[in-house]
Design a protein around this ligand. Structure first.
Ligand code: AMP
Length: 396
């Protein structure tokens, strides 16, 4: 269990509580197209309201890079939160985030009221963890709560800097839940413990592979990153994604798995096409591909191999699709793995980002034990790193 103060350990009655959430939701023409992150933030907000806090919410949205871009305003989030909570969420529309609107809105708050500040990344200092902006944020609050798991791997003003200037700092329920699920899975797993890693690049998952090889019984590799491993084993991979700088590393990981007695599963067949296009004619290849072909999905024999490896798993962590799942003709491998996870009696944890999108868009969301709201943060957690946003919170 996480040994950090949580919203259950603090008294917020009558106090101004700055609550960092992850409201980084996808927007199209001002309309929120996926509100999972808003829904995930509600339990903590409701708790702080019920306890009589003056709840000041803040978050980043997208990458405005220090510029007040109107299309990245949090105004639509305030409107939607008002509906979801059945209570007004007053939006303080200051381009400088902590400006006259925010100060006046906070000064006028009664216990249980909610204010949302403007996008914290409208300020250039935010991502540099600058002291002045951290102090401005802290000046609004008596208590700080961090519930933004999706940004916990970043040391920014609103996640880390602010904690230096507020005496009481705690994590929210979402942060606690994410860390408990991921932490239990990785450090105290029911066995067999299987990790599935896919996605485009070996380079982005080097440390995850290395760390998980210390913990898992089986490591399954798929997606674009598998071709670097295939090349390391002397196979012809045509025009498939490859990172030549990581071939030695791939060999080392295969050797490490063998030394540790970890079953290391790589694709035994692949669906290859000559173009990166859903409608490109494709064929199943076992062994080497032709020079003008590229692998875009795992093949049917690999699907069977991976399903069999998952059949008796008791804990599964999955990060990264098995192929180009955005193209229906190359989504079969990702679907097969999602189906296998949905069918087994195990703790199944999806590590955010593309794998979460894949599981949700393919309709398996409610069949998983936990789908992380943070892709980058869950990856860094799986690498065994301490998340700065969590480290900055007071211990219990
Ligand atoms: P990542 O962000 O590293 O988890 O990678 C996710 C992306 O990898 C998705 O957009 C997939 O379309 C892509 N991907 C998966 N398999 C392949 C492949 N065989 N070739 C090219 N891209 C792939």
């Amino acid at each position: 269990m996480l040994n950090k103060k949580s919203v259950d350990d603090i008294n917020v009655k009558g106090k101004r509580v700055l609550c960092r959430c992850d409201f980084n939701v996808p927007l199209q023409n001002g309309v929120i197209t996926d509100e999972n992150r808003l829904v995930a933030a509600l339990p903590t907000i409701k708790k702080l309201v019920a306890d009589g806090g003056k709840v000041i919410l803040c978050s980043h949205l997208g990458k405005p890079k220090g510029v007040a871009k109107p299309e990245l305003s949090l105004a639509p989030v305030a409107a939607r939160l008002t509906e979801l909570l059945g209570q007004e969420v007053k939006f303080a529309a200051d381009d400088c985030v902590v400006g006259e609107n925010a100060k006046a809105a906070v000064a006028a708050m009664n216990d249980g009221d909610i204010v949302l500040l403007q996008n914290t990344r409208y300020r250039a200092e935010e991502t540099k963890n600058g002291e002045a902006f951290s102090k401005e944020l802290a000046s609004l609050a008596d208590v700080f709560v961090n519930d933004a798991f999706g940004t916990a791997h970043r040391a920014h003003c609103s996640t880390v800097g602010v904690t230096e200037f507020v005496d009481t700092c705690a994590v929210g329920y979402l942060m606690q839940k994410e860390i408990d699920f991921l932490g239990n899975a990785v450090n105290n797993p029911a066995r067999p413990f299987v990790a599935i890693l896919g996605g485009s690049k070996v380079s982005s998952k080097i440390s995850v592979i290395n760390n998980l090889l210390e913990k898992v019984d089986v490591l399954i590799i798929g997606g674009g990153m598998s071709y670097t491993f295939a090349k390391a084993q002397g196979e012809e991979i045509g025009k498939s994604l490859v990172e030549d700088d990581y071939i030695e590393y791939a060999k080392e990981m295969i050797a490490k798995a063998e030394a540790k007695g970890v079953k290391f599963l790589l694709p035994i067949d692949t669906v290859a096409a000559k173009e990166f296009n859903n409608d490109a004619p494709s064929r199943v290849v076992e062994g080497s591909m032709a020079a003008d072909e590229m692998g875009l999905d795992i093949g049917p024999k690999t699907c069977e191999l991976y399903k069999a490896a998952l059949a008796d798993a008791k804990t599964v962590v999955w990060n990264g699709p098995m192929g180009v799942f955005e193209m229906p003709n190359f989504a079969k491998g990702t679907i097969a793995v999602a189906e296998a996870l949905a069918a087994i009696d195990a703790t199944t944890i999806i590590g955010g980002g593309d794998s979460a999108a894949a599981v949700n868009t393919l309709g398996f969301g409610d069949k998983m034990t936990h789908i992380s709201t943070g892709g980058g943060a869950s990856l860094e957690f799986l690498e065994g790193k301490e998340l700065p946003g969590v480290a900055a919170i007071n211990d219990k």
